[in-house]
Design a protein around this ligand. Structure first.
Ligand SMILES: [Zn+2]
Ligand SMILES: [Zn+2]
Length: 175
């Protein structure tokens, strides 16, 4: 989905869009969409710059970093992005903008790529660690059992503090 700035009748445009099935792909290896997302935004023309603020609602599926099970969760990022026309920026300015403000976007040929905005905002809304739940116990590093569902018979991991004590005891016995 694109907004064609050349076709804008006013300096402001409000859009509510529910994607159709298959209309948007995330192009992401970590997460997938469970259902078509929705996006609602207000676009304002501010001279050459375009401000777009709004909200996305998306249900995504990811794999838990600890137990590797697939799980679903909802992300609802609010965004407020300023777009500048790509042509008027020198490469130097571009670098400064990227460093100064990640909420800056660019448009070309009077077109704003809303799909790219939605993809990026969903990506930015993801937590640093993808966990099926806060206290997921993960997999046993030795037998691979899912410790959320079973207790395996592997020895508990050796506590480094005890290991140091044992080492000390051994040395005292040796001497
Ligand atoms: Zn998990
Ligand atoms: Zn185990």
């Amino acid at each position: 989905m694109y907004v064609d700035l050349a076709q804008l009748e006013h300096d402001e445009l409000c859009v509510e869009h529910e994607y159709a099935a298959g209309e948007l792909e995330l192009e992401d290896t970590e997460i997938a969409l469970c259902a078509p997302p929705r996006v609602r935004f207000r676009l304002q023309r501010l001279g050459l710059e375009i401000r777009i603020e709004g909200r996305i609602e998306a249900e995504v599926e990811a794999q838990c970093d600890r137990c590797l099970r697939a799980f679903r969760f909802t992300v609802t990022p609010d965004f407020d992005v300023l777009y500048a026309p790509l042509a008027v920026l020198t490469p130097e300015e571009e670098v400064q903008l990227t460093e100064r403000d990640l909420r800056f976007g660019f448009y070309q040929n009077e077109l704003i790529d809303i799909d790219a905005l939605v993809r990026e905002q969903i990506r930015l809304a993801l937590p640093f660690r993808l966990l099926c739940r806060e206290n997921c116990r993960g997999l046993c590093p030795q037998c691979g059992a899912d410790l959320n569902h079973e207790v395996c018979r592997c020895a508990p991991p050796v506590d480094v503090r005890w290991a140091a004590l044992w080492e000390l005891k051994r040395r005292m016995e040796d001497s």
